[in-house]
Design a protein around this ligand. Structure first.
Ligand SMILES: [Zn+2]
Length: 498
């Protein structure tokens, strides 16, 4: 039954694309891109090769841009932030795009000055376009989002992704070594992966319903389909991986961990993932995917969010370690803020990190008051001690490139906006704040939201303009301090009565 459902899902996806389409019709949801990929992964040689076909409606008729993030790791990068991201002595990977076609015609892509951006010329023709790209890569070895160790290969931001063109034009930002330098739109994915038979995989798609489309003597090909996701992550694991599963509503939460990990710690992480997913599902609106994978990777990325799948590095799985609980709850919350509700993480990282961290605090506070209170205390302390940042003209609402180090990024992008929302909760009460967040998620589900749109939404919900409140907290405009406090006090009085 499950298998049948998955096949229909994928074929329906395909059928929809076969229908004639009037170029002027359709909403953002019906005109989402479709990524179809066929890839072969060699876990011994650490090679990934394949073809990706992207069908999409261009907003700029003259050209498209693809993010080729793996290209960033074919060259050396200097500096403290790169060292913190990649670890000591990373080895470089290789990346080649062998063939590029637009609607079946070979074109020459233009490598821009940023390694991660490839310009693809489009001739001005209406309707959906189709880019086909063939690529080949050897994986870099480092502590980051796309690498490997002896037991696994973790692939984050590995497939070519269309750059976003919005009201501001093209977003072609370089890969920053701070924060999550990504901005992508909701899409569908249909990915065939060929790998040796004795390996397992977890991905953004519901893997339990994945269909084995062919099997040779040594290899198998798995068809993976994911709808309404803004990226597609994948982890290939050897036989040392085992899994723990729990059904949460309609979703199977699955934690993948290694035989060498501490079982009690893995169980604790799994429980936190399942319980927080249930909590956020009720507080923030329905989780739409049938699976949520938590995958233990190597490296030292701490935690990294992808649609329906998160990475947690191995340090969280040591005996007696409790850091995994907080990290997995935070990454789970990103399923809403980043996943369902997207944003430009390069320009407005506070918009996903701040909300994610606030709901993480809310969950921890009700689940484990002691741990939660301690976490809240630390966030409030960091989020309100900003004299230094005022002097340096650093603020939450600025692009990643403006953050000189990870401490300022953490204090301003995580602590300050989550402190702001925690104080709003003090004025409004948890129920009202969460109800407003639920409406916010519903309004922008599968879309991208901007800070300005949140400002308008909050003002509407508050019944008065919230810009002074947000300017003080997010732009660290100290001249608005009193106005912000007065706004919060008015909100407290207004909602106390009800
Ligand atoms: Zn985060």
């Amino acid at each position: 039954m499950k298998k049948w459902v998955s096949m229909v899902g994928c074929s329906l996806l395909f059928l929809t694309w076969m229908l004639p389409v009037n170029a002027d019709e359709g909403t953002a949801l019906t005109r989402k891109p479709l990524y179809r990929a066929n890839v072969r992964i060699d876990p011994i040689k650490k090679e990934v090769a394949g073809t990706v076909t992207i069908t999409f409606w261009p907003k700029d008729p003259t050209r498209a841009y693809l993010h080729l993030y793996p290209n960033v790791f074919t060259e050396e990068h200097q500096g403290m932030l790169w060292e913190e991201l990649l670890g000591n002595g990373p080895t470089l990977g290789s990346y080649t795009n062998k063939k590029l076609l637009v609607d079946g015609v070979a074109v020459v892509g233009k490598q821009t000055k940023d390694l991660n951006i490839l310009e693809v010329p489009l001739e001005g023709q209406k309707g959906p376009r189709k880019i086909v790209m063939e690529f080949e890569m050897t994986l870099p070895r480092n502590d980051g989002r796309m690498s490997y160790d002896d037991q696994s290969i973790w692939l984050g931001n590995w497939l070519p992704v269309l750059a976003v063109y919005d009201k501001e034009g093209w977003h072609l930002d370089p890969y920053e070594p701070v924060g999550d330098p990504f901005y992508s739109e909701n899409a569908d994915y249909d990915v065939n992966v060929t790998l040796p038979k004795d390996y397992q995989l977890a991905s953004t798609a519901p893997d339990r319903a994945a269909k084995q489309v062919s099997a040779g003597e040594r290899e198998k090909t798995i068809q993976l389909c994911a709808e309404n996701v803004r990226d597609f992550a994948l982890v290939v694991m050897d036989a040392s991986y085992q899994r723990t599963e729990t059904k949460v509503g309609e979703t199977v939460v699955r934690t993948w961990w290694r035989k060498t990990d501490d079982p009690a710690t893995a169980a604790q992480i799994h429980e936190a993932a399942a319980e927080s997913l249930a909590y956020f599902h009720h507080q923030l609106g329905a989780y739409p995917y049938s699976e949520f994978d938590v995958v233990r990777t190597g490296g030292a990325i701490n935690g990294m969010e992808y649609p329906a799948l998160v990475f947690l590095d191995g340090r969280h799985f040591f005996s007696g370690e409790e850091t995994g609980i907080v990290t997995v709850v935070h990454e789970t919350a990103h399923q809403w803020f980043y996943g369902l509700l997207g944003n430009n993480q390069v320009k407005e990282a506070w918009l996903d990190e701040g909300f994610t961290e606030y709901v993480t605090l809310s969950y921890l506070f009700q689940q484990d008051p002691l741990l939660g209170a301690e976490r809240v205390r630390r966030r409030l302390e960091q989020g309100t001690s900003v004299q230094y940042y005022v002097a340096e003209e650093l603020r939450p609402w600025q692009a990643l490139s403006a953050f000189p180090n990870n401490q300022s990024y953490s204090d301003l992008v995580y602590s300050r906006p989550s402190s702001m929302l925690w104080l709003l909760q003090g004025a409004w009460g948890e129920e009202r704040v969460h109800d407003v967040l639920k409406q916010y998620v519903e309004k922008y589900r599968y879309q991208v939201v901007t800070g300005k749109e949140w400002e308008a939404f909050l003002s509407e919900m508050a019944g008065e303009n919230a810009s002074a409140f947000l300017d003080y907290w997010l732009r660290v405009d100290m001249s608005k301090q009193e106005q912000a406090a007065a706004w919060l006090e008015r909100q407290r009085l207004k909602h106390q009565k009800k």
